[in-house]
Design a protein around this ligand. Structure first.
Ligand SMILES: *[C@@H]1O[C@H](CO)[C@@H](O)[C@H](O)[C@H]1NC(C)=O
Ligand SMILES: *[C@@H]1O[C@H](CO)[C@@H](O)[C@H](O)[C@H]1NC(C)=O
Ligand SMILES: *[C@@H]1O[C@H](CO)[C@@H](O)[C@H](O)[C@H]1NC(C)=O
Ligand SMILES: *[C@@H]1O[C@H](CO)[C@@H](O)[C@H](O)[C@H]1NC(C)=O
Ligand SMILES: *[C@@H]1O[C@H](CO)[C@@H](O)[C@H](O)[C@H]1NC(C)=O
Ligand SMILES: *[C@@H]1O[C@H](CO)[C@@H](O)[C@H](O)[C@H]1NC(C)=O
Ligand SMILES: CC(=O)N[C@H]1CO[C@H](CO)[C@@H](O)[C@@H]1O
Length: 433
């Protein structure tokens, strides 16, 4: 009974003593402590004039009218009256009294600091540019926000905060490291000459880039055109001798080692030599020799351009090396398409080659003609001349003369001019008589 009474007494006393709000200053010039003169209050709270005081000093009548942390409608004035210790400002939501260094709702000139942001908003907030930002829903990724929220930096694409050792965007004096490049850039980057370079690049690659991108192991050299990282020295070959594998790796798979000191493009069709063609043989269906113009490797039996005496020419090689208009004539290749020094032998071989009947050289040796026998009288033997053969063999003597040989048709006109001279002579004689 006694104990029960004591408890009731104590609790009643403590309520009376602890729950009356502290005295605060409301609007001057009236005797009333009211919502109008002080501030709004949470639902079941009210202002009152403390005993022995005169307005504008007022206090919250009973601070148990709200529970900090789950209230609604708190004001700084309510918190000044009821807040515990230095929790004299309402948070932004008006749900609890907090011990920020200045008002949350009426900040005035006081700069925001992260600790106040966390008290005034929630712990996911931080101060950036004198504002509180919600780090849980960051949408602007810049260095200021990333520093405020995570003590990090915005990546180069500004779509995430990253733990680089310095800013990605305003690097200042801090040298780039490959680890920072990888954090700051979207794909696989590496630091080369204090810059971040893209390891996925397919142009302008150098040995330094390939080395950095592959951490000094594996494909640490750039190929010749800088499109790929490869395992052998290409751009910085120095005195190192080439071989066919390295030529293909460095220059591309149409390249082969020329056997001397360089790599050659086996798909090129210029200034080819036997050496070139032999170096390229495995890439070129074993066409071992350069043709006569050096514009193709061909499958002749022997060299086209420097054939030694012990390797006689064949008709096939003549054509492979020089072209289909060539025939073999006493161990040399003869072009049928010439207009000088043609002989019956040449014409006959060319006629066979072309499948025509121009078996004989004309008298001047300038073309092959389809005469019925040689144009050379000593070779012609017993075959008598016809007008057709005369015309074909020698356009200047297209007629068969009385001696059975070809003669110039002009003989007729010679006769005519003789007649003319006779006639004129006769006329002159007559005139003088
Ligand atoms: C408010 O002021 C009155 C009169 O001066 C005083 O008796 C009372 O203790 C004060 N209340 C508080 C909580 O300080
Ligand atoms: C902060 O952002 C998170 C995530 O979007 C959200 O759930 C939370 O409500 C935000 N906080 C405030 C106070 O708006
Ligand atoms: C660059 O070289 C590679 C071989 O290393 C080759 O495959 C590629 O075709 C070359 N690209 C150009 C543009 O020359
Ligand atoms: C090799 O030569 C061919 C023909 O000239 C050319 O098309 C090709 O681009 C060359 N290859 C390289 C890698 O230069
Ligand atoms: C060499 O070969 C090329 C390609 O077949 C051809 O165009 C050229 O006419 C040839 N040159 C000779 C002299 O035959
Ligand atoms: C004609 O043929 C003879 C014997 O075959 C030869 O000696 C002579 O050089 C030839 N004359 C011409 C112009 O080809
Ligand atoms: C200055 C001021 O706002 N005074 C007001 C105090 O509250 C009463 C009513 O509660 C108003 O009538 C006064 O105007």
């Amino acid at each position: 009974m006694r104990i029960q009474f004591l408890l009731i007494f104590l609790s009643t006393t403590s309520q009376i003593m602890a729950l009356a709000g502290k005295n605060v200053s409301c609007t001057q010039g009236t005797n009333q402590c009211s919502v109008q003169n002080c501030s709004t209050v949470p639902n079941s709270c009210s202002w009152s004039l403390p005993q022995g005081q005169t307005a504008p000093t007022c206090s919250i009548t009973d601070c148990s009218c709200f529970t900090s942390g789950s209230a609604a409608g708190l004001t700084d004035l309510v918190c000044q009256s009821c807040g515990q210790n230095s929790a004299v400002f309402t948070n932004i939501a008006g749900s609890s009294c907090v011990a920020s260094t200045a008002s949350c709702q009426n900040r005035g000139q006081t700069t925001w600091i992260t600790s106040d942001c966390k008290l005034c908003y929630t712990t996911s907030y931080a101060a950036a540019n004198n504002q509180c930002i919600n780090c849980s829903s960051l949408s602007t990724f810049n260095d200021v926000n990333c520093q405020a929220c995570l003590n990090q930096y915005a990546n180069s694409q500004a779509n995430a905060c990253v733990a680089s050792t310095a800013s990605c965007q305003n690097r200042g004096q801090t040298a780039w490291s490959t680890s920072d490049c990888r954090l700051c850039y979207p794909t696989n980057y590496a630091a080369v000459n204090n810059q971040c370079v893209n390891c996925q690049a397919t142009n302008s690659l150098t040995d330094a880039i390939c080395n950095a991108c592959n951490n000094g192991a594996g494909n640490i050299y750039a190929n010749i055109n800088g499109t790929q990282c490869v395992s052998v020295q290409c751009q910085s070959r120095g005195q190192l001798a080439w071989n066919s594998n390295d030529c293909a790796t460095c220059y591309g798979n149409t390249y082969a080692y020329d056997g001397k000191q360089s790599c050659i493009n086996c798909s090129s069709f210029q200034q080819l030599t036997d050496t070139t063609c032999q170096a390229c043989a495995s890439l070129n269906q074993n066409k071992l020799y350069a043709n006569a113009s050096g514009t193709a490797c061909v499958a002749s039996q022997n060299s086209c351009n420097s054939r030694d005496q012990s390797k006689p020419w064949t008709k096939d090689d003549c054509q492979t090396c020089f072209g289909n208009n060539y025939i073999l004539n006493s161990n040399s290749c003869q072009n049928c398409l010439v207009n000088t020094q043609l002989s019956d032998t040449i014409c006959s071989l060319c006629a066979t080659n072309y499948g025509n009947k121009n078996l004989y050289a004309n008298l001047a040796g300038t073309s092959c003609v389809a005469a019925s026998a040689s144009c050379n009288s000593s070779s012609r033997g017993q075959v008598s001349w016809s007008t057709a053969d005369c015309a074909l063999c020698n356009p200047n003597a297209p007629v068969v003369g009385s001696a059975g040989t070809c003669v110039a048709g002009i003989q007729t006109s010679t006769t005519f001019s003789n007649i003319l001279i006779y006639s004129i002579t006769i006329i002159i004689v007559v005139l003088f008589i």
